[in-house]
Design a protein around this ligand. Structure first.
Ligand SMILES: Cc1cc2nc3c(=O)[nH]c(=O)nc-3n(C[C@H](O)[C@H](O)[C@H](O)COP(=O)(O)OP(=O)(O)OC[C@H]3O[C@@H](n4cnc5c(N)ncnc54)[C@H](O)[C@@H]3O)c2cc1C
Length: 389
C-alpha cells in the first residue's frame, strides 16, 4: 500500500492549489483525480475577478479568453450599465486554467494520479485509508477533500452537507453583443441567483443561470425571451449543467480530514463564484494539513486552525453574501425594478461601482456606496426591509 503524508481528492482549482501548498510545505503529497484528464466535465461560466487571477498565482496565459470592464445589469423592466477604464474581470477557458493549476502542483512536487476515483475512506490508528478505483488502497496521514459539490467522501468522513445547492445550466452560442467588454446579469428569470451572458469572443457568449431547482427548465425559458432569443446568431454549441453549493457547514474539519472549495460550500452567494474562495481556502488547507502531519497531530482540534483561518479571511463575506442572496430572492419584480431605478437615478453610485466594483469582495463596494445613498436611501432601506420581511 502506497503511503503519503497528505492525500488530496479532486484536481479542480481547490484540489490542485491545496496539493501545491501541501507539497511546498514539505509534505509527500498525492493528488487523486477520478477522470483521465483535468478540467473535465466543464461546469462553469469561467468568469474570474482580478483577485481570483492573483490568487491562482498563474501568469496571464492562453487560458484567458478576454478581459471585461463592466456590466449591464437587468431587473425585469429596467437596467443599469457601467464600465470602468481598466479590466475588472477575465473570461477563462476552464480546461486550460485547471490544467495550468495542476501543472503547478506537480512542479512543486505533488504526485498526480489520473483515473483514480476515491471510493471509500476509513480512519485507522496511524492514518486514513482511501480505496481508489479497482480496489487499490493508499494510506495518508491527512486527507483533503476537494471533490466538488457531490462531496461523497467528505460526507463519509463526517463533514455535514452545505446549506443549499442551486441547479446551474449554461449554453455557449454565437450571440450578438452590444459591448463584448461587458458581462450581462439578469435578475428575475429564476428563483435562486440570476442569469448571465458572459462574452467569450466579440460574437459568442456563455448564457446561463443558477436556479433553486430545475436550472435546465428555467434556462430553456430564458433563451426564449426576446432579449436573448433575438440576439442568438445560431444553435448552441455546448450545454453545461452542475450544482452550485452555498453556505458552508459549521465545521469543515474532522479527525485527519479537511474539506475545501465546493465540497464545503466555499462559494460567493452573491455571484456564484467559487474559484476565488476555493483558491484562498485551499492554500490554507494545504499548509495546515502539512504542518499537522509534521507535528504528528492530525486531530480535528489541530486541524481546526484551517477552519479558523479561512473564516477569518472569508467567513464574513460569505455570510453577508448569504443575506444578500436571501434578500434578492424575497424581492418581487416591482421591488427589483424600484431598486434598479433608484441606482439609475444616482450617477455617483454608478461611478462608485465603476471604481470599486469587485466581484470577489462585494462587501467592500457596498461600504463605498453608502456615503452616496443619501435621503433616497431611506426609501430604498424601507423597500429592502419590506423585502426581508
Ligand atoms: C453553471 C455554473 C457556472 C459557474 N460559473 C462560475 C464562474 O463564472 N466563476 C466562478 O468563480 N465560479 C463559477 N462556478 C462555480 C465553480 O465552477 C466552482 O465553484 C469551482 O469549480 C469549484 O472548484 P473545486 O476545485 O472546489 O471543485 P471542482 O472544480 O468541481 O473540482 C472537483 C474535482 O474533483 C474530482 N472528483 C470528484 N470526486 C472525486 C473522487 N471521489 N475521487 C477523485 N476525484 C474526484 C472531479 O472530477 C473534479 O476534477 C460555476 C458553477 C456552475 C454550476
Amino acid at each position: 500500500m502506497d503511503r503519503y503524508d497528505v492525500a488530496v481528492i479532486g484536481a479542480g482549482p481547490a484540489g490542485s492549489m491545496a496539493a501545491k501548498y501541501a507539497a511546498l510545505s514539505g509534505a509527500h503529497t498525492v493528488l487523486l483525480e477520478e477522470h483521465s484528464s483535468i478540467g473535465w466535465p466543464l461546469k462553469c461560466a469561467g468568469l474570474l475577478g482580478n483577485k481570483a487571477l492573483e490568487e491562482s498565482e498563474l501568469p496571464m496565459g492562453k487560458f484567458v479568453l478576454r478581459g471585461l470592464k463592466g456590466a449591464r445589469v437587468f431587473s425585469p423592466n429596467t437596467n443599469i450599465s457601467f464600465k470602468a477604464k481598466s479590466y475588472k474581470a477575465w473570461v477563462v477557458d476552464r480546461k486550460l486554467f485547471d490544467r495550468a493549476l495542476t501543472l503547478e502542483a506537480v512542479k512543486k512536487g505533488a504526485e498526480l494520479r489520473l483515473n483514480s476515483p476515491a471510493r471509500e475512506f476509513r480512519r485507522e490508528n496511524d492514518g486514513c485509508v482511501l480505496t481508489v478505483s479497482d480496489g487499490e488502497q493508499i494510506k495518508a496521514d491527512v486527507v483533503i477533500s476537494a471533490e466538488g459539490v457531490r462531496a461523497r467522501i467528505a460526507r463519509n468522513a463526517g463533514i455535514v452537507p452545505v446549506k443549499k445547492i442551486l441547479s446551474g445550466a449554461q449554453v455557449e452560442a454565437p450571440f450578438f453583443l452590444e459591448d463584448p467588454e461587458k458581462v450581462e446579469v439578469h435578475f428575475g428569470p429564476a428563483p435562486g441567483l440570476f442569469a448571465w451572458v458572459v462574452p467569450t469572443t466579440n460574437d459568442a457568449a456563455r448564457i446561463g443561470l443558477c436556479a433553486s431547482d430545475n436550472g435546465c427548465g428555467y434556462l430553456r425559458a430564458f433563451l426564449q425571451k426576446d432579449i436573448i432569443r433575438k440576439r442568438l446568431l445560431g444553435s448552441p454549441v455546448g450545454l453545461v449543467v452542475g450544482g452550485l453549493p452555498m453556505g458552508p457547514p459549521v465545521a469543515t474539519v474532522t479527525d485527519r480530514f479537511l474539506a475545501v472549495g465546493d465540497a464545503c460550500g466555499q462559494v460567493k452567494p452573491t455571484s456564484g463564484g467559487g474559484i476565488y474562495p476555493g483558491l484562498v481556502c485551499a492554500k490554507i488547507a494545504g499548509s495546515v494539513a502539512a504542518s499537522a502531519y509534521k507535528e504528528g497531530d492530525c486531530s480535528a482540534e489541530r486541524l481546526r486552525e484551517y477552519d479558523k483561518l479561512w473564516r477569518a479571511r472569508l467567513g464574513k463575506e460569505l455570510e453577508i453574501g448569504m443575506r444578500v442572496n436571501r434578500l434578492l430572492n424575497r424581492m418581487n419584480q416591482t421591488e427589483l425594478d424600484e431598486a434598479f431605478s433608484f441606482l439609475a437615478r444616482k450617477p455617483e453610485l454608478l461611478k462608485a461601482i465603476e471604481e470599486h466594483g469587485d466581484i470577489d469582495r462585494p462587501s467592500i463596494l457596498m461600504a463605498r456606496m453608502l456615503p452616496y445613498v443619501g435621503l433616497d436611501g431611506i426609501k430604498l432601506a424601507k423597500l429592502l426591509r419590506h423585502a426581508l420581511g
